[in-house]
Design a protein around this ligand. Structure first.
Ligand code: NAD
Ligand code: SER
Length: 320
């Protein structure tokens, strides 16, 4: 059985991807790691958990040796909004951390490395209505710059060292297990929590802000489908556009109002508005559909129903 090391496993995506992979490959074969251990009990108890700092190469190497790792998933990152407050931290974690992973993968003959990219690679010059797979990549945030550089360096390792490196440009991910970690698309999660808890939400971007988004079950499916794809059939490697849905904040609020009719939203845009405005409304994911069969399941209404059900249940139980 393959042994998978996830770095950044405690975050919004890692907390759920770890559990999904443990269900497939067995708890003991999926090693969760992060710089912090504030994780759910189920994550800490369903398999190994280790403290790893991705910027410290030795801390990763010791995991490779201890568990005979075959696959590394690098989810450790500083996201767009936090990255604008501390650009050098974003560079250090997102780029120096990634280089550590790639160099270790080369030295220790790791069979596969998965590195997520983001819609943050786009910026001025990218067609706003639907970002093509191949297009201008001029991001305005340090986060976006690290994601473009990360895609390029990952593809370099594929070409130069024949390393199996794969990655996908996630849109904003919406989920109800772990709160997002400091991104611009966080409003699309917070709105559901505040709708359930208070019946109102103050949004930090304007009502006509429209971005590509994806519900967590589709994010997990995309990630696992790409991991399991035949490497020789991939023409792209670290930069697959993946789309699922695209909506404005007004349309999101309207979809919540179908179930919470008195829900009220107000708008107080802050520095994240400029970041959101630099990203496209939607992405063209033809390459992902053609090369590894990408096909999302959730649209806005299906996601809203599920989010309100799960968050409503947590609220009733006093968990949030
Ligand atoms: P997150 O912020 O929720 O989690 C990141 C995790 O990395 C955190 O648990 C954090 O403790 C950990 N981390 C930070 N510094 C570290 C270090 N030095 N060593 C080890 N761990 C460290 O992020 P996420 O949303 O789960 O994102 C995972 C990946 O997906 C990232 O590469 C991110 O850029 C990408 N992505 C996420 C979204 C989204 O909407 N969530 C969208 C596009 C791309
Ligand atoms: N959700 C992420 C962010 O807003 C996109 O990569 O930073």
């Amino acid at each position: 059985m393959k042994k998978i090391l996830i770095i950044g496993a405690v975050g919004q995506i890692g907390s759920e991807l770890t559990m999904a992979l443990r269900n497939i490959y067995g708890g003991e074969n999926v090693i969760a790691s992060d710089i912090n251990n504030i994780a759910s009990e189920k994550l800490l108890k369903s398999g190994p958990f280790e403290i790893v700092d991705i910027t410290d190469k030795n801390s990763i190497v010791s995991m490779i040796k201890k568990y005979n790792i075959n696959i590394i998933i690098d989810l450790a990152a500083i996201l767009s909004a936090t990255g604008e407050k501390n650009p050098m931290l974003a560079w250090n974690v997102n780029i120096n951390g990634l280089i550590n992973v790639l160099e270790i993968a080369r030295e220790y003959k790791i069979e596969q490395v998965l590195i997520p990219s983001s819609i943050a690679v786009f910026g001025p010059g990218t067609p706003i209505e639907c970002a093509p797979q191949e297009t201008v990549l001029h991001p305005t945030t340090m986060y976006g710059i690290t994601k473009v550089a990360g895609e390029l360096v990952a593809d370099y390792y594929v070409k130069k060292y024949n390393l199996d490196v794969r990655g996908l440009r996630y849109p904003g991910i919406i989920s109800n297990e772990t709160l997002p970690g400091g991104g611009t698309t966080d409003y699309a999660v917070a709105i559901y929590y505040d709708a359930v808890k208070y019946g109102k939400y103050t949004c930090f971007v304007k009502e006509d802000t429209r971005l590509p988004m994806m519900y967590m079950p589709d994010c997990l499916k995309a990630t696992i489908d790409l991991m399991q794809a035949d490497f020789s059939s991939l023409k792209h490697h670290s930069d697959f556009n993946v789309g699922a849905m695209s909506f404005s904040v007004k349309e999101l609020a309207d979809s919540i109002r179908k179930y919470i009719p008195n829900f009220v939203i107000e708008y107080k845009p802050d520095f994240r508005q400029a970041i959101a405005d630099s990203w496209p409304n939607a992405v063209d994911d033809t390459a992902a559909r053609e090369e590894w069969g990408w096909n999302p399941s959730f649209d806005l209404d299906a996601m809203t129903q599920d989010m309100l059900k799960v968050i409503g249940e947590k609220h009733k139980q006093g968990l949030i």
